[in-house]
Design a protein around this ligand. Sequence first.
Ligand SMILES: C=C1C[C@]23C[C@@]1(O)CC[C@H]2[C@@]12CC[C@H](O)[C@@](C)(C(=O)O1)[C@H]2[C@@H]3C(=O)O
Ligand SMILES: O=C(O)CCC(=O)C(=O)O
Ligand SMILES: [Fe+2]
Length: 338
Amino acid sequence: MMIDSNPPLLHHFGALSSPNPPPPPSNTSSNLKCQVMEECQLPLIDLSGLNSNDQKESVACAAAICRASSEWGFFQVVNHGISPELLKKMRREQELLFQTPFERKSTCGLLNNSYRWGSPPTATSPKHFSWSEAFHIPLTKVSDESCYGEFTSLREVMTEFAAAMSKLARLLANILVENLRHQRNVIDDTCDESTCFLRLNHYPTCPISAEIFGLVPHTDSDFLTILYQDQVGGLQLMKDSKWVAVKPNQDALIVNIGDLFQAWSNDVYKSVEHKVMTNGKKERYSIAYFLCPSNDSLIGSCKEPSIYKQFTFGEYRKQVQEDVKKTGHKVGLPRFLL
Ligand SMILES: C=C1C[C@]23C[C@@]1(O)CC[C@H]2[C@@]12CC[C@H](O)[C@@](C)(C(=O)O1)[C@H]2[C@@H]3C(=O)O
Ligand SMILES: O=C(O)CCC(=O)C(=O)O
Ligand SMILES: [Fe+2]
């Protein structure tokens, strides 16, 4: 019997689509507009500017971060302080992890039992289905020996990787907070090691159609996300009401603003919708670091009049989960408009 490392995506997708053969996900109006895909270079920011002795240069670098967060909600950073060796080691461990037989990944308690595939499990239509698998791990569990079984080297590398991503995420988030001249340090007050997440994503090749989602369109529910992707491509984001494809850059990490920074900044920083499209020939890997606060953290606007009701992060997550369960998709911030 052949042992498969991939989850039964084809079987599950087929069951959601009828008649035979399965059609691609039905196009929303915004998807229809993107038949000819534009590829974009995200704003590229060299973080070595932040350490410059020339104050003008460090101020300009911080300003570029804030401008991109407001105009694009997305940017890429080079000279980010995470060594290429560590990134390479992390990718190798990620590949080995996902090559583990599906039965084992999904049942043996690996990484805090955080394995998921084709999510959400409640998807009833192809347009809510994600052709991917992931481990979504709370940072508190990253160094926990009991989460790894025989994957001992994964633990060592992932602990180092998570620490480096945390440091970078905090650096960027604090620049964004300071830019709005806010007194309280919202990041240091609400986020710590125990509240953030690391998500290891794997997008197996998809033999059906390039119009199937690797990850359904969504915004991230955090303050900000740092993404380490491979060179395959497939990430797309909304820019000026059009889907544009992100051109991979092997020296860069991608940063995107999440819903909490949009709410806190009263729409100055933008949490932009993004998605991943599948590839028929090449599998794809990425890792996302989510800078999240504790569930009881109150998120309110840093200035008046506020566009959104105040909410705790716990309330926000609950609402997202309820919406995904009921409607198949995340509604997000519009639920909290005043
Ligand atoms: C299918 C879904 C799971 C997800 C919410 C969503 O409707 C869309 C994308 C998913 C995502 C990706 C980023 C974060 O990991 C996450 C917590 C989020 O806010 O959107 C997850 C959601 C999830 O895994 O529950
Ligand atoms: O894999 C990617 O490029 C994006 C992943 C993502 O959006 C997420 O994990 O929230
Ligand atoms: Fe995302």
